[in-house]
Design a protein around this ligand. Structure first.
Ligand code: NAD
Length: 369
């Protein structure tokens, strides 16, 4: 993969692919006492030894895996540990993990000693295709996801497909979900690529996944370079996320994974786009088929599967979902803002949707298998 630039003036950086984890050793000048690596606990178990060999100068801190770590409690605990270990304004953080560790580390780097640099080493497909690029960082509040955070760009992002060899298939699907999103909002040719490639999820094809990551990063880097602070087109990346965030809050961030919630949210946003008269029925069907091809959930039925331990979504819960959508930070003037599609590969800027229409669309969505 050719390095992909994120162009933000003096804060520009490159997203670079490395062949192996061991190659990281060539990328860091081993200044003693400078680098503090925050590593996901599962990643530590699987790759900690190799990483410590590649980055012998870094001080490692384990972050418990799971969304719970994206919290003020974990932020405070880690900040205290950094101080105890001698971190200063001259230190640098290194995020090694998925979106959870990336978002937490980025936020901590943004506020620790009023801001220190950090590097992203994403280890999930979702973090490679999406969360490690663009400088959005945050922790969750009880009242909603990502409600407190800062824009803080990394100094560099290293994408190492080797990490994907140990990624559970459900997590691979979540990364594909964000990749599908990126294609749908901005790039019909990437949609075509995702439709054409033969895909068998049982054969973990890291070459294919690396290609998917490369295309997604290229698109995201372009969007972020044009609109870092989400004044306009960066909002496209929230496609599917309004319902997704509400579903995650409804299920209390337990069981339902972010990428799964986004897939359900995209299917709903496609239905809404069609009902609003923007998206053709044939494009809606293409989206449905694409989600199906990559084994992504696309209805509330998924929430009812026993193995995920969710409650059934019934008509009376729809108003609760709408309330949760209202709490989403991207809404203003009381209108629930939605990113919709004009067609496959082209999104529309967010627009307020009347509650009556939203409820009617959710009722139709509830009937989907
Ligand atoms: N900042 C952004 O722009 C942005 C964009 C999208 C999503 N996000 C955030 O990202 C988070 C989701 O990220 P995620 O899906 O990466 O979840 P995650 O960080 O929770 O990782 C998923 C699981 O995979 C495990 N894991 C990580 N790397 C592994 C590897 N190589 N092998 C085996 N297991 C591994 C983790 O321990 C965890 O159990 C959410 O909090 C979401 O809000 C942020």
């Amino acid at each position: 993969m050719q390095p992909i630039p994120v162009r933000l003036g003096t804060r520009s950086y490159l997203v670079r692919a490395l062949r192996t984890i061991a190659d990281l050793s060539k990328e860091f000048d081993a200044k003693p006492g400078r680098d503090f690596a925050l590593i996901d606990s599962n990643v530590d178990k699987l790759h900690g030894e190799t990483l410590r060999k590649a980055l012998p100068h870094a001080h490692f801190f384990r972050i418990a895996s799971g969304e719970k770590s994206k919290s003020f409690m974990s932020l405070e605990k880690t900040a205290n540990a950094l101080v105890d270990a001698g971190a200063t304004r001259a230190s640098r953080l290194v995020a090694i993990g998925g979106g959870v560790v990336g978002d937490l580390t980025g936020f901590l780097a943004g506020v620790f000693m009023r801001g220190i640099p950090f590097i992203q080493i994403p280890t999930t497909l979702l973090a490679m295709v999406d969360s490690s690029v663009g400088g959005k960082t945050a922790v969750n509040l009880k009242s909603g996801k990502n409600l407190v955070g800062v824009f803080h760009q990394p100094q560099a992002v290293f994408v190492i497909p080797e990490f994907l060899q140990t990624l559970p298939v459900r997590e691979v699907r979540c990364g594909l979900s964000e990749a599908v999103k990126t294609a749908l909002i901005q790039d019909a040719s990437m949609v075509g690529f995702l439709e054409k490639e033969t895909y068998n999820e049982e054969r973990l094809d890291t070459n294919f996944l690396a290609k998917v990551a490369h295309q997604s990063i290229r698109i995201k880097a372009k969007i972020v370079s044009k609109d870092e602070k989400e004044q306009n087109i960066r909002a496209f990346l929230n496609f599917g996320h309004t319902l997704a965030h509400a579903l995650e809050a409804l299920t209390e961030y337990k069981g339902l994974l972010h990428g799964e919630a986004v897939a359900i949210g995209m299917r709903f946003a496609a239905l809404l786009s069609r009902r609003m008269g923007y998206l053709s029925l044939s494009d809606e069907t293409r989206i449905q088929n694409l989600l199906q091809k990559y084994t992504l959930p696309q209805s509330f039925q998924f929430l009812q599967q026993k193995r995920h331990g969710f409650t059934r979504i019934n008509p009376t819960m729809l108003t609760k979902l709408i309330r949760l959508m209202h709490a989403d930070k991207k809404n203003d003037n009381n209108a629930i803002k939605y990113v919709l599609l004009d067609k496959v590969g082209r999104a529309r800027l967010p627009q307020g949707i009347e509650e009556k229409e939203l409820l009617a669309s959710l009722k139709e969505f509830l009937t989907l298998a």
